[in-house]
Design a protein around this ligand. Sequence first.
Ligand SMILES: [Zn+2]
Length: 256
Amino acid sequence: MPLVRDRCICLRITEYSETSQIVTLLSRDVGVVRAIAKGAHRKTKAGAGKFDGGMDYLEVGEAVFIFDPAKEMATLTEWTLREGHLALRNTLRGIYLALYAGELVDRLFELHDPHPEVFDRLESTLPLLATDRREQAFLALELEVLRESGYLAELDICVECGRPAGGTPMSYFSAKLGGVVCRDCEAVVPDRRTIDNRLVRIVQGILKLPRHSGTTLRLPFLTRHQTDPINRMLADHVQHTLGRGLAMGRWVLGNS
Ligand SMILES: [Zn+2]
């Protein structure tokens, strides 16, 4: 079986036994990979040696794993830490957003479906989540993940009547129909949530911005006053699509 060596981001760690862990990695070349890390606990000498002191979620590292695409579980044999994101770990909002992003990637992509541009985006966004640019950086990442996974909601036309958003204000969002709804269609779409048309425009604007090696250029500065309703709207859509919401949602989305 082939041995893969690749740059990875650790999305999730699950305790498996006294000595082993199951890690969910985003591998740049392979996509989402689940791997068993035998003896990975920090407290054991072997785990500390092979896995560079033990692994932690959101770390970026060089991983070596035994990989068979037909099998759900790979075997992690080495982990060399490259970036531990210590600044991020001191920012509660930043760490919540990072964990939410990790969960989104884990849930929206199939196993072993490579998306190097999503990897680059996540890797370049994690340090920004420790700064005051975190809200817009997170939103750009979230939109990229939704677009690349094919789960982006319809934001350009009314999902009920098909009118373009440019001419008509879109003041509602329907998770069931998967997109924005214009004022005229309000009455016939029962599951609508109200959304400020200016926020819809912000999202449309970000989706059109130029991108370069994993970042969106010229992102506007956004506050939670703006991003909370946008994130809730996108979370509604994800929840409707996947059949259940993300566990980190309650820590990220504020009160709706
Ligand atoms: Zn309409």
